[in-house]
Design a protein. Structure first.
Length: 153
């Protein structure tokens, strides 16, 4: 099985990271990645984090017709990445509430271990039929707590 992400202890409190390489289509005319193009990298890391914890499947206790949707996203840009740079995206769930979960991300260029971008993203579990927030199941919460331990709010 190919794994794009892995547990790590390199950048506490992050316990998981995923790798990607900057594609040509991710760059602008100057050959650099602007902050908005990091969002797909954060999506990749978040999905691999959840896959690692077994939380992408329907057995997670989340009812059919319920999905996590992005409520808020903030990005702070520190340095540009360029075409073909190898990027390691660290991801963690920083907070899990009754209906929402907040992830933190930090992207580092592997060559030189330079911090490129940080982000905070809050997702809300939504009942798609009712179009309102739904409670995150205890089983889902327990798997997150077991992985994040005391670093989870």
């Amino acid at each position: 099985m190919i794994e794009l992400g892995r547990p790590t202890d390199r950048k506490p409190p992050f316990k998981f990271s995923a790798f990607t390489r900057v594609g040509f289509s991710d760059t602008d005319a100057q050959g650099i990645v602007y902050y908005g193009r990091y969002l797909p990298y954060f999506d990749l890391a978040r999905v691999e984090y959840l896959r690692h914890l077994g939380l992408l499947k329907l057995e997670t206790g989340i009812e059919e017709g319920h999905e996590f949707v992005m409520r808020a996203s903030s990005v702070e840009y520190f340095a540009p990445a360029r075409f073909d740079d190898l990027i390691e995206i660290f991801v963690r769930m920083a907070r899990i509430g009754r209906t929402s979960a907040t992830f933190e991300c930090a992207a580092h260029r592997v060559d030189g271990d330079q911090l490129m971008v940080t982000a905070q993203q809050t997702l809300v579990l939504v009942d798609l039929d009712e179009r309102r927030a739904a409670e995150i199941p205890d089983d889902y919460r327990d798997k997150i707590r077991a992985f994040e331990h005391d670093d989870l709010e």
